[in-house]
Design a protein around this ligand. Structure first.
Ligand SMILES: [Zn+2]
Ligand SMILES: [Zn+2]
Length: 68
């Protein structure tokens, strides 16, 4: 199903403390192209299965480099 615009009501803002969106509990809808605060496994807007992890499996907290 296409985006119907309902996802705006659940849209998550980017964490400003340096934590990742996924670690902040946000989920990604690839159809709506938006991050959501949503407890379900499917998008409340388009019913697409939400992504709960980053694509890369190398997602580790390396204290080198960006540290803010
Ligand atoms: Zn949507
Ligand atoms: Zn969606």
């Amino acid at each position: 199903m296409p985006c119907k615009g309902n996802c705006i009501q659940h849209k998550a803002i980017k964490p400003n403390d340096g934590t990742g969106r996924y670690s902040a509990g946000q989920k990604r809808c690839n159809t709506c192209e938006v991050f959501l605060y949503w407890s379900g496994i499917k998008c409340p807007c388009c019913k697409t299965r939400l992504r709960v992890k980053p694509k890369s499996s190398k997602f580790k907290n390396n204290s080198q480099g960006i540290n803010k």
